[in-house]
Design a protein around this ligand. Structure first.
Ligand code: URA
Length: 431
């Protein structure tokens, strides 16, 4: 291990055998944490070649179970977002793609920090189980076209270990390490094709377009190099996505999109992502968009989400009547401090505000309040009058609301300027 650390520290390239030995040792627990951490720091500073990144990704993917989706007929397409605030697109695009004949067997994570996770969002539906046994998971995808479950403990154990060490050694923000971490889990999940939604902006891991583009290209090359058709959209995460942030609130909003009455930017992104998945399964862009529009207009995609929820033990009446969701009892409206145009609504600060309200986890052990969160009446680019409500906060106590209101106001900038809203899809790679 010392030889590997020194080699990387001096800018050398690790061979495939060295990487395989390393990942085996990490998985078996035979390499001490301090040596793994030193190597991670050397990688952070020296980077990795494409070949090293592909080899690391493949070895990490093989460190645990590799899902076999061959019992599901048709093309299986996975979608992955690098994490955002108010990003409930998975709940919408899986059913939309399924309504277009594309299968999605998706394993999702929980939220940590200021970004939410699909597992937590779906668990706000009473009865719904995210730890579905493998055979039942495959059966649900065969019957309904989509299943969204939690990541099994045996998926990529090497990533679990490496991510935990990166988290506490200041080595998370390394492009090859992020690419290998994300893509190893995608490859192990077994899909034929992968669509990546790489977020750019204040609420994302990647703050600049250049960084996001580099990460996206690396992941696309890695996926394609591993024989899975992979493409990416670079999308804006400078402002929260949609109106709602928080678990039950986001499920409610996902239903609105599937009913054809979602907030315009969110609905547009869902349409793009679902069409991207249909394209990866073989359709042209025009065909894909037309199919997605039909699936939305006919209500078929919403019906598929309801059936999936029911198959996973959840009460579908909550999706048919979203007003049944119990939102947290302490509620407070936040008013605009001045008139003008909202020129900034920092996504990361909004995410932290939602966490303060109880919607997210500060540590892995934190308990989530599913009914907590924020409804934004206004977002970046909107005009407001002084005193006009811009958001409603939901929490267990008035004190939480008061603290979160301060954070929300700190995330907000109102100026006497014309609104400028940039494009939502910034770039497309491989699609
Ligand atoms: N998401 C992951 O799964 N891994 C990373 O390293 C970063 C984001």
């Amino acid at each position: 291990m010392v030889e590997l650390i020194v080699k990387k520290r001096q800018g050398g390239e690790l061979t495939r055998e060295e990487i395989a030995w390393l990942v085996r040792g990490v998985t078996q627990g035979s390499i001490p944490d301090y040596q793994i951490s030193a190597l991670l720091m050397a990688i952070y500073f020296q980077g990795m070649s494409r070949e090293e990144t592909v080899n690391l990704t493949m070895e990490m993917a093989r460190s645990g179970d590799m899902a076999d989706l061959s019992s599901i007929p048709g093309v299986k397409v996975d979608k992955h977002s690098t994490g955002g605030v108010g990003d409930k697109t998975t709940l919408v695009v899986g059913p939309l793609a399924a309504a277009c004949g594309v299968k999605t067997a998706k394993m999702s994570g929980r939220g940590l920090g200021h970004t939410g996770g699909t597992v937590d969002k779906l668990e706000s539906v009473p009865g719904l189980k995210m730890d579905v046994p493998r055979d039942r998971f495959l059966q649900i995808v065969r019957e309904h076209g989509v299943a969204l479950v939690g990541q099994s403990g045996s998926l990529c154990p090497a990533d679990k270990k490496l991510y935990a060490l990166r988290d506490v050694t200041g080595t998370v923000e390394s492009l090859p390490l992020i690419a290998a971490s994300i893509m190893s889990k995608k490859l192990a999940s077994g899909a034929d094709a992968i669509l990546l939604d790489v977020k750019v902006g204040s609420g994302a891991f990647m703050k600049t377009l250049e960084e996001a583009r580099d990460l996206a290209r690396l992941m696309v090359d890695t996926g394609n190099g591993a024989g899975r058709r992979t493409a990416a959209l670079l999308t804006d995460m400078d402002m929260p996505l949609g109106r709602n942030i928080g678990n039950a609130l986001e499920v409610m909003e996902a239903v609105e999109v599937l009913q054809g009455r979602g907030e315009a930017r969110l609905a547009a992104l869902c349409r793009e992502l679902a069409a991207g998945m249909v394209q990866l399964a073989g359709a042209s862009r025009e065909e894909a968009l037309a199919q997605v529009d039909r699936a939305l207009a006919s209500g078929e995609a919403l019906e598929i989400l309801c059936r999936m929820v029911e198959a996973q033990g959840g009460d579908r009446s909550y999706l048919e009547h979203p007003e049944k969701f119990a939102l947290s009892p302490a509620q407070m409206e936040v008013a605009a401090p001045q008139s003008g145009c909202i020129t900034r609504l920092d996504a990361q600060l909004c995410g932290l505000c939602a966490m303060e309200l109880g919607a997210g986890r500060e540590t892995k052990e934190s308990v989530i309040d599913y009914g907590a969160g924020i409804t934004l009446y206004k977002n970046k680019g909107d005009r407001v009058q002084a005193g006009e409500p811009i958001a409603r906060l939901y929490a267990q106590t008035e004190a939480q609301c008061a603290r979160a209101a301060k954070r929300l106001l700190a995330a907000l900038q109102i100026k006497n300027e014309e609104p400028q809203s940039g494009p939502l899809v910034l770039e497309r790679i491989g699609i």
